[in-house]
Write a protein that binds this ligand. Structure first.
Ligand code: X2X
Length: 338
């Protein structure tokens, strides 16, 4: 091949694209250089804490393990990166258990509508039996998963057209949902028209009017600047979701035990700090987003839950997950859903 000025420039451009946002180069090339991907913007607490973990792991391993962080779907949309994780193209991936259910069906059980009343119940469940159950399912599917789940948050519904105050407002509503049968089922039960769209395309889908609404925790709406393309925000708290830190099994097995321990300890510690960051943000997010133009309204969760029950949502998902998994969920929340 003849090296021309153009091929050099192309090479340089490709190199620039592939450069992760943070890279502390050890003095010598690291023995292990692993990628971690996620869908969250750079200033989301997940990426702030991952950047700290990267430095801490580099230090703890004496420069042997270098983590490269790829935020904002730089390596592809979530469902594509899940494929890369399985093949080993990406070594670590932070993913919603509900989206992960496209590969591990029962991993989505924490997302059952209106199951969790508050964060205390969430962390007891996810650091307890429900989380252990999900991790068992994930490991059974051939992936590695770290012990502590990261917070995404309680999900709220936004719209460009009208406030969603009662279940009837969701009838015929064109809403983006992440790619997962549970999400599609939940909004179908409300009579909405859900469209499965990866997070990488959400802003554009809202901007171009492919959908009128979406649902996400307030922290995501803030860092992804969704107020620019949405007006009303209804505080439905209709599900809680998090991010499991997943790993490729072969890449994990290739690490010596002391490096595995440094990586796991720092990922788990980062998850706990990230939960605190989101809790702190939650105290002011509503005011912040109001200042950006969002119009908030409250919603009576019981009316929405009743509507789901009437539509057969809970009975259907109890059957899908099976009695064992369902009993773990109901024990975690201390009440019967179906
Ligand atoms: O895709 C979404 O909406 C997000 C960012 O909340 C998840 O990862 C599930």
């Amino acid at each position: 091949m003849t090296i021309t000025r153009r091929t050099i420039m192309l090479g340089a451009a490709a190199g620039a694209l592939a450069t992760p946002f943070i890279r502390v180069r050890p003095a010598m090339a690291a023995e292990f250089s692993y990628k971690v991907a996620n869908n969250q913007p750079l200033d989301h607490p997940s990426n702030v804490r991952l950047a700290e973990a990267q430095k801490a792991i580099l230090e703890a391993t004496g420069g042997r393990f270098d983590l490269q962080i790829f935020p904002s779907n730089q390596l592809g949309a979530d469902t594509d990166v899940l494929g890369q994780l399985r093949s080993g193209g990406v070594e670590f991936f932070q993913l919603s258990p509900i989206i992960l259910s496209t590969l591990v069906p029962n991993a989505s059980i924490n997302g059952v509508g209106f199951a969790f009343p508050d964060y205390d119940t969430v962390w007891k469940a996810m650091d307890g039996e429900l989380g252990a159950y999900e991790r068992g399912q994930i490991e059974g599917a051939g992936l590695v998963v770290m012990e502590k789940i990261w917070d995404n948050g309680f999900r709220q519904i936004t719209s460009s057209t009208k406030p969603i105050t009662a279940p009837a407002d969701l009838e015929g509503f064109k809403i983006r949902v992440p790619v997962s049968p549970l999400w599609t089922s939940l909004f179908t039960a409300f009579g909405s028209a859900p469209a499965s769209i990866n997070f990488a395309e959400v802003y554009t889908a809202l901007q171009t009017g492919i959908v009128d609404g979406q649902e996400n925790p307030l922290a995501i709406m803030k860092v992804a600047k969704l107020w620019e393309v949405q007006k009303y925000c209804s505080m439905t708290n209709h599900m809680w979701d998090g991010f499991w830190m997943l790993g490729n099994r072969r890449a994990w097995a290739a690490l010596p035990e002391d490096i595995q321990a440094a990586v796991a300890d720092n990922f788990n510690a980062a998850a706990l700090k990230q939960r605190e960051d989101i809790a702190a943000m939650n105290a002011t997010l509503k005011t912040d987003l109001e200042a950006q133009g969002f119009v908030f309204n409250d919603a009576d969760p019981k009316a929405f839950e009743d509507k789901l029950r009437e539509a057969g949502f809970y009975a259907e998902w109890k059957k899908t997950y099976g009695d064992e998994a369902w009993a773990i969920l109901e024990a975690a929340i201390g009440r019967q859903l179906a």
